[in-house]
Design a binder for this molecule. Sequence first.
Ligand code: AMP
Ligand code: ZN
Length: 136
Amino acid sequence: MREDNCIFCKIANGDIPSKALYEDNEFKVILDLGPATKGHALILPKNHYANIYDLPDEAASKAMLLAKKMTIHMTDKLGCDGFNLVQNNGKAAGQTVFHFHLHLIPRYNDDGQTLGWKPLEPTQEELEEIKKVITE
Ligand code: AMP
Ligand code: ZN
């Protein structure tokens, strides 16, 4: 299940070289070419799914288990101080490559990066309203 002209399909299946950290039948983990920090990596399924909306349950489960293993292993090897798992879906959310990928971002006390947002200040009524939209 590959898509023509998808760079992550080509990388995950070995048609384009990458700095691979791990590989099995279903996934490849590579170093990001534009890393946020030292060791920033990407988990790529070998099958093409545009993002989480298309990702089958089994692949989602396996990706998260692999993320956990990689986080523990990389923290041990890199001696980082924390770890962000980031996963963007859709242009509005910052997705730029439309082949599902999970960012593994080692964090260091002095890395100077900020992955964050400006908190809104919703009223109790606004929180209640959005809760209703989601749950009803
Ligand atoms: P996103 O914004 O979540 O879609 O993330 C795309 C990520 O892919 C960015 O962090 C890029 O630096 C990274 N990237 C793009 N092309 C390549 C490539 N050929 N090899 C490794 N990483 C890449
Ligand atoms: Zn693809």
